[in-house]
Design a protein. Structure first.
Length: 439
């Protein structure tokens, strides 16, 4: 019966540590890629254009934020779950660029150069989502499109009377980015191997530590991938107008691939710590010694806690002569608890039993203590009655009269005294036929 109750107790006890918040944040920096100088094009031409791209801000690129909660549960094994907080994900493409164009003219001994055009261009897009973008999740990828609307810039410059320079510039910016998740990896302190969560809603089993320090720390990292590109295509066209007649002298496409991304992307590692209950070790055996049959002996077993969460559990005693009270215990980090085991033998001889503690300590989910005791019969009380004296004499009537009564007289006694003695004897015989005298 006790074993059956223990099985029910183990299935009923499910424990979970306090959840730990994980605030994943990361930036894929594109700043170094957002610089461009075309030089003078076409090279060596008397009429050339220079195109420049510069960043307006120091830090630009792909930004990612996700909030998740890590939880640790047991028994049987330490099970890690990492669940994203709904609508806490944010993925953004942010760029802030300055585009400019310079023109150079060297014709017929006349030289001219100037900055014809400048323009601030922002390529950006953002999306909110439910983390953690793992396979099987919804969503399992985030797509951004940072393309801006193409535009055209036109410029007409009078060089001298009768000679004008016309410049037109088409600008086609293109940008996109995709974020996908691959796994969440956790490394517990002192562990020789990590644990991985590779699907949305899945869990991972952590290696059990050799000791329970009362606080289990781990490093948690999100692994994913970034795929994207950022490009701008320039289409300059230059024409010369002489006395009202215009001639196109220069036209070409200039694609500028500023950034191309196809890389593993990680967020973290982040530190997560889980308070644990830690049972203060208890003896593996206890001997009650010799106890009289029908008597009672007790053992007070303290239940201590070395951890940061309450140690909770059940106590069961197996064996006809053993009982335990109370059946449950709660030891806080500052206040210990305990149980009392009672040994009450009903027969003589050695009697064995088992005390089983079922606790929420992940390392000591079940603790057994071997119980022994010896029942002994109590000593019998001594018989203080004195045995009868062996020197006992049986007297006849005449001797009785002589020795006991002292009524006999010497020869020649009177008749009257004889009559008295005879009457006494008759009365004595009527009451008891014989007399026993102890000398």
């Amino acid at each position: 019966m006790a074993i059956g109750l223990l099985i029910l107790a183990r299935t009923a006890l499910a424990w979970e540590s306090e959840p730990a918040e994980l605030q994943f944040e990361g930036v894929y920096d594109l700043s170094s890629a957002l610089e461009y100088d075309s030089g003078w094009l076409p090279a060596g031409s008397p009429l050339a254009i220079q195109l420049l791209i510069e960043r307006n801000k120091a830090e630009q690129g792909l930004l990612t934020e996700m909030t998740a909660w890590a939880s640790l549960s047991w028994p049987e094994a330490l099970t890690l779950a990492v669940d994203g907080e709904p609508e806490s994900g944010w993925f953004a493409l942010l760029t802030d660029l300055h585009l400019s164009a310079n023109v150079q003219f060297d014709l017929f001994g006349f030289k001219f150069s100037d900055e014809l055009w400048g323009y601030d261009l922002r390529l950006e897009d953002e999306a909110e989502f439910d983390p953690l973008v793992l396979p099987g999740g919804a969503p399992d990828r985030i797509d951004l499109t940072g393309s801006a609307v193409p535009f055209t810039w036109e410029y007409l410059q009078s060089v001298f009377v009768g000679l004008d320079l016309g410049v037109s510039l088409d600008v086609v910016p293109i940008g996109y980015a995709t974020l996908t998740g691959d796994r969440v990896e956790a490394w517990a302190d002192g562990a020789s191997a990590g644990a991985e969560i590779t699907e949305a809603g899945a869990t991972a089993l952590l290696p059990m530590p050799a000791e329970n320090p009362g606080l289990l720390g781990m490093d948690v990292t999100w692994f994913g991938a970034l795929d994207g590109a950022l490009a701008i295509t320039f289409r300059p066209a230059l024409e010369v107008c002489v006395i009202g007649s215009c001639f196109e002298v220069l036209s070409f496409d200039l694609p500028v691939d500023l950034a191309e991304v196809d890389e593993v992307f990680t967020l973290g590692p982040l530190r997560a710590e889980f308070p644990l209950p830690a049972l203060d070790p208890v003896p593996t055996a206890y001997d009650f010694g010799e106890v009289d049959v029908g008597a009672i002996a007790t053992w007070e077993l303290p239940i201590g806690n070395l951890g940061l969460l309450d140690v909770e559990g059940l106590a069961l005693a197996d064996g006809a002569a053993y009982t335990v009270f109370p059946s449950g215990f709660v030891a806080t980090p500052v206040t210990p608890d305990g149980v009392v085991i009672t040994f009450e033998p009903t027969t003589s001889g050695e009697i064995t039993g088992t005390l089983t503690l079922t606790t929420n300590d992940p390392l000591y989910e079940t603790v057994t203590v071997a119980l022994t005791g010896t029942g002994v019969l109590p000593p019998q009380p001594e018989d203080t009655t004195e045995p009868p004296d062996t020197d006992t004499e049986v007297l006849d009537d005449e001797d009785y009269v002589t020795k006991v009564c002292g009524c006999a007289s010497a020869s020649g006694s009177s008749w009257g005294w004889s009559v008295v003695a005879a009457g006494y004897l008759l009365a004595r015989r009527a009451r008891r036929p014989r007399s026993v005298v102890t000398t």
